[in-house]
Design a protein around this ligand. Structure first.
Ligand code: AMP
Length: 283
């Protein structure tokens, strides 16, 4: 695996590869890698001839400075995992490389996506996400961008950003990889104490219960029961919501729409999110 730290070097290297007709898959991450990230590397490798990963803890997407400061950094282990997975290129930029002095910030018109769910609870977060992903895509000339369904709304936001900015990049969304008890893998899980880690399985269990109850019980009751469930295990709940695939609101109608359940909840200042398709479209 070749490691680049400078924009000019990685950009020139990849343009060369494109001229050689290689197809480039790109997996942007913030490091503290786990099997969820590695699944994206494998997926990219199965479709592309060259796979690039980036590790950059993007300060502009943290609305909570403490969360940024406490974000785990495990570069040496990350490099070993990426080498093991057969990743071809790692881009490891400094903050100044991503946001040089001449960097011009723009505002992305994300519409309703910015006022609901994560957008509502993390003001400015998705502007920061768009900012860093657009910047990374300027540097990494990829054919396919790989994102995880774990961050469902983020996938929608990046899809919107790609069309707003008319970027010719295919978006490939990979399924969520989970621990044995169902907890979605996340870099933040490392901060959980053993007890909190055990309690956190309640998020996945709640999603499964929602899937079981949907169509049998009114949405309001499902949501109220779910919140209580999470609170009983020590979580402060930001939201439990049911939306259509595009994150539009839905009524008590499960007939032919796809429905996704989304949860955000915090334990001991560690905020976890997860989601599940609970009704498939046209089932
Ligand atoms: P992050 O480092 O948390 O910014 O995540 C980098 C990419 O990995 C994002 O596209 C995430 O959605 C994806 N990802 C994070 N956790 C998982 C998981 N458990 N399964 C699959 N993809 C994931």
């Amino acid at each position: 695996m070749i490691i680049f730290k400078k924009e000019v070097d990685v950009h020139a290297f990849l343009l060369n590869k494109k001229q050689e007709k290689q197809t480039i898959g790109f997996v942007p991450t913030m490091g503290a890698l786990h099997e969820g990230h590695i699944s994206l590397i494998h997926k990219s490798k199965s479709i592309n001839t060259l796979t690039v990963c980036s590790i950059f803890v993007n300060p502009t997407q943290f609305n909570n400075p403490q969360d940024f400061e406490k974000y785990p950094i495990t570069i040496d282990e990350d490099i070993l995992m990426l080498e093991d997975a057969g990743c071809d290129v790692l881009f490891l930029p400094s903050t100044h490389e991503i946001y040089p002095d001449h960097f011009v910030k723009i505002n992305y018109d994300l519409g309703y996506l910015e006022t609901i769910l994560e957008g509502k609870y993390r003001p400015g977060h998705f502007q920061g996400v768009c900012m860093v992903v657009e910047r990374l895509l300027q540097i990494i000339p990829c054919d396919v961008l790989f994102l995880g369904q774990k961050d469902y709304q983020q996938c929608m936001v990046i899809d919107k950003m790609l069309s707003l900015r008319k970027m010719n990049v295919e978006l490939n969304i990979a399924e969520t990889i989970r621990e044995a008890d169902g907890l979605a893998m996340s870099s933040r899980n490392r901060r959980l104490s053993p007890e909190e880690r055990t309690q956190s399985a309640v998020i996945f269990k709640t999603l499964i219960e929602i899937k079981d109850k949907i169509g049998k019980i009114p949405f309001d009751s499902i949501i109220a029961d779910s919140k209580k469930n999470l609170e009983d295990f020590g979580f402060d709940v930001d939201y439990v919501e049911l939306k259509d695939y595009y994150l539009h609101p839905i009524e008590n109608d499960t007939s032919n729409k796809g429905i996704v359940a989304l949860i955000a909840a915090t334990i001991n200042n560690i905020r976890l999110i997860d989601n599940m398709i609970v009704v498939e479209k046209n089932r």
